[in-house]
Design a binder for this molecule. Structure first.
Ligand SMILES: [Zn+2]
Length: 473
């Protein structure tokens, strides 16, 4: 409870600090006007005349109502609507990246543009804040953010009064979205330990960006260094480079690879591959980096040899299965003929068949072992006998005589999941009568031909078997 109270106070302080520091300043207003408003416009058609609501240009066109056309003056591609249009609206979300007191904050805004009385009115409301700390992420909703029955909307008609912390609703669905304005960030981070972290090169609209910000908070020096070296793709994974030491220790390759790494702005995965193959060949590196199972395949194969042998992203999982089969079949995993087969698909299918045959063979043997284990439960009187299923062949025969699917129980019987018994007439033991399934020494089901229930007399015999034999075994 103490801890919760502390966290609440901590966030409370942060919220009031944000409210004091965060504003919508003139540069931000200009940015909205330039980047969002122009898209929120229409081309209004009056007889033959087309008027652009963005720049007021009047022109002649023949685009039908409901299609888009490009204004010849402002070059915006806009929807054509008739001049009798009463109402139309555009909504768009955008974000502002800020930094405050050890946290990055993505402020979520909505622009609402309403066409009414032949003109547009525009509203801009901040409705949520994603507060990104080193180890925590908090989502705050303004009272303007409304959610009802899964529908989300922003109420532009009311004033913002409170922020509420939404731990329970912390779901990607409600994360702020849209293009990101970074105009304030350099001023925000000035005189902090992040002041030399140039964030703009890695800003993106992906969800991943949130985790990049967390890594920057944790490893600002790695980030700063990588960005300065022009390695933006490695900078986004700066958490992998915090180890101190030589270039080789940090990057896994010697310093003479640096120009190559810079030239192609390698990603972390590509850099790891470069460390393995030690060849400055971007085509090969990108090909290998498209593999999902690179690490696993690389641990078993000479990856360049495998590439020459036709390994690619379409057959990598077949290759992986094939190697797995070969290991299970105890093949020599140093033999080049095994590791790099001439026809991968064919070799894969062959080994798969061998494995299946082996499994079947084992199942047949296991069923015979089960019979020996359960033989002691055999039970008879003058009319009936119950005994465990002696073999897979018997099971197949029973299944065809009874028209049931007991055959599919073979693996479960072999693996000790269930016990299977036949009940037959002493006078005609070759002919199937009742099939009985037992689990934990209790009869689970007993069936005669066509999955029917046995007769009263038969059930009575089964019950006495259960009481006299099974319960004591
Ligand atoms: Zn225009």
């Amino acid at each position: 409870m103490e801890l919760m109270a502390y966290i609440r106070k901590d966030i409370k302080n942060l919220i009031s600090l944000m409210d004091r520091k965060f504003i919508v300043d003139t540069p931000l207003r200009k940015w909205i006007k330039l980047n969002i408003y122009p898209k929120h416009n229409l081309i209004i058609k009056t007889k033959k005349e087309y008027r652009c609501t963005n720049c007021n240009k009047i022109f002649y066109d023949n685009t039908p109502i409901g299609d888009k056309t490009t204004c010849p003056k402002c070059k915006m591609k806009l929807l054509v609507r008739l001049n009798t249009l009463k109402y139309y609206k555009f909504c768009e979300w955008f974000r502002v990246l800020e930094y405050v007191d050890g946290y990055f904050v993505l402020r979520g805004f909505e622009v609402l543009s309403e066409y009414h009385d032949k003109k547009f009115s525009r509203y801009v409301s901040e409705h949520q804040r994603l507060v990104i700390g080193k180890d925590n992420i908090y989502l705050l909703f303004s009272n303007k953010f409304k959610i009802f029955l899964g529908n989300v909307w922003i109420d532009h008609s009311i004033k913002h009064t409170t922020w509420r912390l939404c731990n329970s609703y912390f779901s990607p669905w409600y994360w702020s979205a849209g293009i990101i304005y970074t105009g304030n960030i350099d001023v925000d981070i000035n005189n902090t330990s992040y002041q030399y972290c140039d964030i703009k090169p890695v800003v993106s609209e992906t969800k991943d960006f949130i985790y990049i910000l967390q890594r920057i908070l944790k490893y600002p020096l790695s980030y700063e260094l990588l960005i300065k070296m022009g390695l933006t793709n490695l900078a986004v994974e700066c958490d992998n480079f915090f180890i101190k030491g030589s270039f080789e220790k940090r990057f896994g390759v010697s310093k003479d690879y640096l120009p190559f790494i810079q030239k192609y702005n390698l990603t972390y995965k590509e850099l790891k591959i470069l460390g393995v193959i030690k060849r400055k060949n971007i085509r090969i590196i990108r090909k290998l980096s498209s593999l999902n199972y690179f690490d696993e395949l690389n641990s078993k194969l000479d990856i360049l040899k495998a590439l020459n042998n036709g390994l690619n992203k379409d057959n990598e999982s077949i290759y992986r299965d094939y190697l797995d089969f070969a290991e299970r079949l105890k093949f020599n995993m140093k033999d080049k003929k095994i590791l790099y087969p001439d026809n991968l698909k064919q070799a894969h299918d062959q080994l798969l068949k061998q494995i299946k045959d082996n499994e079947d063979k084992k199942m047949v043997e296991d069923i015979e072992k089960r019979y020996i284990e359960l033989k002691g439960n055999t039970y008879k009187d003058k009319k009936y006998i119950i005994y465990p299923v002696p073999s897979y062949a018997d099971l197949l025969l029973e299944s065809s005589m009874q028209h049931n699917c007991v055959r599919t129980y073979n693996f479960r019987y072999a693996n000790h999941e269930i016990d299977l018994y036949f009940m037959r007439l002493i006078s005609n033991q070759e002919k199937s009568l009742v099939t009985i399934e037992v689990k934990d020494n209790m009869v689970v089901q007993s069936k005669i031909k066509n999955n029917q229930t046995p007769t009263k007399e038969q059930l009575k015999f089964i019950e006495s078997w259960e009481n006299n034999i099974l319960k004591h075994s």
